[in-house]
Write a protein that binds this ligand. Structure first.
Ligand SMILES: [Zn+2]
Length: 468
């Protein structure tokens, strides 16, 4: 009888409360990772494994839910990273160049921005007792990561020296300061990326590069300020310090591996202080955040795909995309998809195209050979690369003779049709790939701000069906 009552009460409590499930969202954002970048990176990764490449799958190619995403900003047909991340993390599209404020705010308008802030999913999660993390290979104050924790009428307000005295007097804060001062929950629990100059005064020497200093003109050392704000915080600036991080549930962690952006994946082995890969940072963040019983929100940005494209250097754009795929694979090893949404997307595209008629298995960074069939061969035609850009610094007045050029070399800069100092973003749709909790809401052609609803559904709505 006693046994029966015990079993009945356990069953009853299970029925009433259900098993305790954490609710987690991991947003992987490949900055500038348009669809042609995904295709080319997939072939690149496959060819590195000795395959033809076209048939290979990146980790997120296997996700069962895919959508096209419309990326325009409220005032721009071809968007930037600030307006787009704001749409993804607040649920509202806004202007180019502003961070998590409404479209009413003109760029640079401090006072208007203060009154038109939009709460972000990271802030809502922290306020509700979830854990949170921001991981980026770019500066942690750069547009994409900043959009999750800061509100600013100008994405360039990364440190005090980027703002006027008047703007500061009105109470506007630079982005680094906002990260340190965040008063939602207990602040961001895991902060891993580049950009440490934004946190140090201009009188402080950089620990890794003797010729560099901090960037702040207000004399503040925000790393010290951050360490003092919590009683259990760890900071690192290199691989050695990062390896000392445990994943204690009551500790908070910040690592800033470079004064500016972290290294491209292709250059990482030569970094003087050593840097972890985006996969290693992702695994650390998940291990720490999953100690929170309620759940967590984590942004992982592969921020330099975009930079490599702006330089028209496809090699680094593709190798950084493969590094992000490895990070997604690392996440899949660690999470329970019954309680976790993994969403992989891009903020915007670039102008890179995959063209010509290269045969199957032709090196993706290589040249398009003349067709085998003599009737299709063009006498005297110069070789050109499969990958090229619609504009950018690779412009050349006449087509250069690439016959003796190794276009697969890491530093090769692809041709661009229109001369511009920096290749531009592209305006076509990007893809969103999703698996896990609430992932089936990612389908069709979606407005970019609707990705916010998908993530909120996975994080807060108990009625959303678990889906593997
Ligand atoms: Zn860009």
């Amino acid at each position: 009888m006693k046994q029966f009552i015990l079993i009945a009460s356990i069953t009853c409590s299970l029925l009433l409360s259900g098993p305790a499930h954490a609710k987690n969202v991991i947003l992987f954002l490949g900055d500038g990772m348009g669809i042609s970048t995904v295709t080319a990176a997939r072939i690149f990764a496959g060819q590195q494994k000795g395959l033809d490449g076209e048939e290979y799958d990146l980790a997120f190619d296997r996700f069962e839910n895919v959508a096209l995403v419309k990326t325009y900003n409220t005032d721009a047909q071809v968007p930037d990273s600030a307006g787009t991340i704001s749409a993804i993390v607040t649920g509202q599209k806004t202007r180019m160049g502003v961070l998590s404020v409404t479209a009413d705010v003109p760029r640079g308008d401090c006072v208007k921005a203060l009154n038109h802030e939009l709460p972000t999913i990271l802030q809502l999660a922290e306020s509700a007792g979830y854990a949170s993390g921001v991981v980026s290979t770019a500066r942690i104050t750069h547009a994409t990561p900043a959009g999750t924790y800061a509100h600013a009428p100008d994405r360039n307000w990364e440190n005090s020296s980027e703002m006027t005295d008047e703007q500061r007097a009105f109470g506007c804060k630079d982005i680094a300061q906002q990260l340190i001062d965040m008063d939602h929950g207990d602040g961001v629990d895991v902060i891993l990326g580049g950009g440490r100059a934004q946190f140090y005064p201009d009188s402080t020497n950089d620990p890794e590069y003797a010729d560099k200093t901090g960037a702040r003109d207000d004399g503040r050392n925000l790393v010290q300020a951050w360490l003092k704000k919590g009683n259990n915080r760890m900071y690192a600036w290199n691989q050695e310090g990062f390896e000392k991080f445990d994943t204690s549930p009551d500790k908070q962690y910040m690592a800033l591996f470079e004064p500016s952006h972290m290294q491209f994946e292709a250059d990482r082995p030569r970094d003087p202080g050593g840097e972890p890969s985006v996969a290693e940072m992702t695994a650390f963040a998940i291990k720490r955040l999953q100690n929170n019983r309620k759940g967590y929100f984590l942004l992982v940005e592969s921020g330099r795909i975009d930079h490599a494209h702006h330089f028209s250097n496809a090699y680094r754009a593709l190798s950084d995309t493969v590094a992000m795929s490895d990070a997604v694979a690392a996440a899949l090893e660690l999470v329970d998809l019954d309680e976790t949404l993994i969403l992989v997307t891009a903020d915007h595209s670039h102008t890179m195209t995959i063209s010509g008629y290269p045969p199957r298995g032709n090196p993706i960074l290589g040249k398009v050979p003349q067709p085998e069939d003599p009737s299709y061969r063009i006498e005297g035609a110069l070789p050109y690369t499969t990958l090229s850009y619609a504009n950018g610094p690779g412009y050349s007045e006449t087509l250069p003779d690439l016959s003796d050029v190794d276009t697969t070399a890491p530093n090769y800069q692809q041709l661009g049709t229109v001369p511009l100092p920096s290749e531009t973003h592209g305006g076509e749709d990007v893809a969103a790939f999703a698996t896990g909790k609430n992932a089936d809401a990612v389908r069709g052609t979606m407005e970019q701000n609707k990705l916010f609803d998908v993530m909120m559904g996975a994080l807060f709505d108990d009625n959303k069906k678990d889906k593997k």
